[in-house]
Design a protein around this ligand. Structure first.
Ligand SMILES: Cc1cc2nc3c(=O)[nH]c(=O)nc-3n(C[C@H](O)[C@H](O)[C@H](O)COP(=O)(O)OP(=O)(O)OC[C@H]3O[C@@H](n4cnc5c(N)ncnc54)[C@H](O)[C@@H]3O)c2cc1C
Ligand SMILES: NC(=O)c1ccc[n+]([C@@H]2O[C@H](COP(=O)([O-])OP(=O)(O)OC[C@H]3O[C@@H](n4cnc5c(N)ncnc54)[C@H](OP(=O)(O)O)[C@@H]3O)[C@@H](O)[C@H]2O)c1
Length: 462
């Protein structure tokens, strides 16, 4: 027996989830100087997590990270096992026994609840499901969105809200040469949405858009921003935030919003309204969203600590559609400690902790399931590097026995009848998607069901 990381006893690591954080963890292990063998296990046949199913179809440049992940996936020490759900097809206990360490990089697949009456009325949707639907995620392809409504409300002012707003506000011509799912393009072509209200519970200085994404909402072919300059008045604490370097992004946003407010009406057919200091308290309607009731807020607290406090003043907005874009949330996995309030696997320096706060040997986390659902693609790199640093620091404390990896797990070898998707298989699916997209001038036409992807491989699922 020897410390893992040698030819005689390679360090065998399973990574659960093929999103950015999983790939950055793999990259960091490959660069560690140890002899490593990495098996990445992903519940969908397709890798890349939210880079494929979250990043907006009209932002192709942001998907360029995929080229980096593809290079990592082609390393001889790396193997990909797609179409395997850890915690369902493969118990965590069995996985942990077959590897020296398991890194969970399973992201945040659910969403936060608003917790107001009427939240689940027909016509009220989460951004998570809408984004998954237009991006062809198999879990969401059958969702139906009532785009026959003329007025939509988006709750939340982060970049996901900006994505949802842009997709609703763009014309078909602006979307048809992207990799948007065909079913979404067809539904959006028939959309009657004309007014989109993007609502923040705090003020314009606290909106979480990044400047580029905000500016883009003012650059659409057939939509204009309508903004009452009175909405942009700031309290002294917000002005103080602008004096600090931390407030630079917000200051830029305010300049953009002021420029929007100064624009004359252009007569474009869709209008985007920004409203601030409003919290939804109830969504009303007879079996379908008809109105949203808001409470006006004021800000309370010092610079960078301002929270929204209700004033008691209510106002209503007639709307037939609501998109709740208030943040994603991680989900539990059988066999892994879970903090249900935060929606994360509790961890310290990437080491997973049990309910007593003690480290669970050999289990690690990175990305959104470790930090919560914030941060751009690049934010996950230092996060995963830090987790791998902890793992490497623990080498002497890990089980010293050589581990079998996938060879010790019949399910990963297809023995269970599950059609496990290798990286070569994925390349075949990828090429088929690209070929399907070409006649339409699209970078790809995604397969939106697992069965369709497996059919490309000539394999029924079971
Ligand atoms: C709508 C949206 C748009 C975004 N757009 C941008 C953008 O334009 N630019 C940018 O820089 N950032 C963007 N981000 C942020 C970026 O996508 C995230 O920072 C990043 O994807 C988080 O990486 P992750 O690996 O932690 O999670 P994910 O990307 O979610 O990957 C997790 C993976 O784990 C898999 N998985 C889950 N459970 C299991 C299981 N039980 N077994 C096996 N596999 C499992 C999932 O299928 C998924 O593939 C966006 C985020 C969202 C939500
Ligand atoms: N193009 C890109 O780079 C891109 C695109 C999409 C996503 N992303 C990244 O992905 C991450 C997630 O984005 P996100 O938009 O989901 O999250 P986010 O940036 O955290 O924004 C969430 C929004 O919801 C609001 N909110 C939260 N709880 C609420 C409640 N109970 N009632 C009303 N409003 C509430 C927040 O307001 P408060 O501020 O008051 O909490 C905030 O405006 C971010 O880091 C984002 O930058 C990047």
């Amino acid at each position: 027996m020897s410390v893992p990381g040698t030819e005689a006893n390679p360090l065998r690591v399973a990574i659960v989830g093929a999103g950015p954080s999983g790939f950055y963890a793999a990259e960091s292990l490959l660069k560690s100087g140890q002899v490593v063998r990495i098996d990445m296990i992903e519940r969908l046949p397709a890798p890349y997590g939210l880079v494929r199913h979250g990043v907006a179809p009209d932002h192709p440049k942001l998907k360029e990270a995929i080229a980096v992940y593809d290079r990592i996936a082609r390393s001889p020490e790396f193997r990909y096992f797609g179409n395997v759900t850890v915690g369902r097809d493969l118990p965590v206990g069995a996985l942990a026994a077959a590897y020296h360490a398991v890194i969970f990089a399973s992201g945040a697949e659910s969403d936060r609840r608003l917790g107001v009456p009427g939240e689940d009325l027909a016509g009220s949707y989460t951004a998570t499901e809408f984004v998954g639907w237009y991006n062809g995620h198999p879990d969401f392809r059958d969702r139906v969105f009532d785009l026959a409504q003329e007025v939509a409300v988006i709750i939340g002012q982060g970049n996901v809200a900006a994505d949802v707003c842009r997709i609703l506000a763009k014309t078909v011509d602006e979307l048809k040469h992207t990799d948007i799912a065909e079913h979404a393009l067809e539904a959006l072509a028939a959309s009657r949405v004309r007014e989109i209200h993007v609502i923040g519970r705090r003020g314009p200085a606290q909106a979480k858009f990044t400047a580029k994404e905000l500016r883009e909402l003012g650059e659409l072919d057939d939509a204009e921003v309508v903004l009452d300059p009175a909405e942009l008045e700031l309290n002294p604490e917000s002005l103080a935030e602008f004096e600090d370097r931390k407030g630079a992004g917000a200051k830029k946003n305010l300049e953009i919003l002021r420029e929007f407010a100064a624009r004359p009406a252009s007569g474009r057919s869709r209008r985007i309204y920004f409203r601030f200091l409003l919290s939804p308290v109830e969504i009303l309607g007879q079996g379908h969203v008809e109105r949203v009731v808001f409470e006006r807020n004021r800000l309370s607290g010092g610079p960078f600590e301002q929270s929204a406090r209700g004033t008691g003043e209510r106002l209503e907005l007639a709307a037939g559609l609501v998109f709740r874009s208030i943040g994603y949330k991680g989900t539990a996995m059988a066999g892994v400690p879970f903090d249900a309030r935060q929606g994360v696997f509790p961890s310290r320096d990437g080491r997973i902790l049990d309910e007593t706060g003690a480290v669970v040997p050999g289990l690690y986390a990175c990305g959104w399931i470790k930090r919560g659902p914030t941060g751009i693609i690049g934010t996950n790199k230092p996060c995963s590097v830090a987790t791998v640093a902890s793992l490497l620091a623990d080498l002497a404390a890990l089980d010293q026995v050589p581990k079998p990896g996938a060879e010790g797990l019949p399910v990963l070898l297809g023995a269970d009848g599950l059609r496990v998707v290798s990286y070569d298989d994925w390349v075949t699916i990828d090429q088929a998607e690209v070929s399907r997209g070409a006649p339409k001038g699209k970078p790809r036409e995604k397969f939106t069901s697992v069965d369709e992807m497996l059919e490309v491989l000539g394999a029924p699922r079971r």
